[in-house]
Write a protein that binds this ligand. Structure first.
Ligand code: ASP
Length: 310
């Protein structure tokens, strides 16, 4: 390990209108504990000299398995009352990537994204074909009942009543998306993101999460980024790759690059949300322009940070 790098990991469980005034003490505690648990899943790997790609996958699997967050178990409902999930993973060593979108009943979509990266000749598979590939490599499937959570179902009913599309992060506590970024002791970065997308989505809508360069990106020369927010704007702003480019071509620091994109470029087009990021030296920056973002991070040997509000 080079002396001047600080291996570490950062995770998020979605950004949006998360106000302390609207959170009960019990719910706040549950979220903080869940974030700490999911951070630990990846931090442990980094501490034991494991790889960044294993660490981000482990944290995202833990987040997907937690019903509090909009990914895997607890994913939001589509208009038709189904769960269509998106995920992507990028390995900063060679900018290798795997992504999947619109998949149903896959227990851990992030595992599918990784398998696409490592075990197929493709980068992105969607829908029934992606599920067929998942079956061929024996990934775990779950019934619709596994993905059902009462609060997500109630969100859908409320939105249908109100006859509007709701971005998961804009109204109430309909938080969306989970993600992780890490730098390992070998100097490699990786990013992983997974989501159920937006409540009441239809027409096979796909957000930024599985689009490499928009919601997810990693490059050893610059940084690793995992986004959460109003996907349409994150796609248009090519958020994750833009940050990497500002660092690579314009010499920006990680913080300046994130601020430029999150607090200027996105704001100008009306895009709400945030991201977690880590650069190739291990600087961690968790940036958002919304009221809050479920987030946590830890550098090797350093203090754990677990936060929700601005
Ligand atoms: N970015 C996700 C999407 O648009 C949703 C979110 O992060 O809240 O699908």
């Amino acid at each position: 390990m080079s002396n001047n790098i600080k291996p570490g990991i950062a995770i998020h469980g979605g950004a949006g209108t998360i106000l302390k005034a609207e959170m009960t003490a019990t719910a706040e505690k549950e979220y903080l504990q869940a974030l700490e648990h999911c951070l630990q899943a990846g931090a442990e790997i980094i501490t034991k000299n494991g790889s960044a790609i294993d660490a981000v996958e482990a944290s995202v699997v833990a987040l997907e398995d937690c019903p509090l967050f909009n990914a895997g178990k607890g994913a939001v409902f589509t208009h038709e009352g189904k769960h269509e999930m998106d995920a992507a993973i990028v390995d900063g060593r060679n900018i290798d990537g795997g992504a999947t979108s619109g998949v149903k009943n896959i227990k851990n979509p992030i595992k599918l994204a990784r398998a696409i990266m490592e075990q197929s000749e493709f980068v992105m598979l969607y829908g029934a074909g992606a599920e067929e590939f998942a079956k061929s490599i024996h990934l775990d499937f779950e019934s619709d009942a596994y993905f059902y959570t009462e609060h997500r179902w109630n969100q859908l009913q409320k939105i249908i009543d109100e006859q509007r599309m709701a971005l998961d992060h804009t109204s109430e506590k309909k938080m969306g998306t989970v993600g992780a970024v890490a730098l390992d002791v070998f100097g490699n970065v990786a990013a992983a993101t997974s989501t159920g997308g937006m409540t009441n989505k239809r027409y096979n809508r796909i957000g930024d999460t599985p689009i490499i360069g928009s919601g997810t990106y990693a490059n050893n020369q610059t940084c690793a980024i995992s986004c959460t927010g109003h996907g349409e704007f994150f796609i248009r702003a090519v958020v994750a790759h833009d940050i990497s480019c500002l660092m690579a071509y314009a010499g920006f620091s990680l913080k300046d690059a994130c601020d430029k994109v999150v607090h200027d470029k996105l704001v100008k087009i009306g895009g709400e949300g945030g991201l977690v990021s880590i650069d190739s030296l291990g600087n961690i920056y968790m940036s958002f322009n919304s009221e809050g973002m479920y987030r946590a991070c830890q550098s090797l040997g350093g203090e754990k940070v677990v936060q929700i509000y601005k």
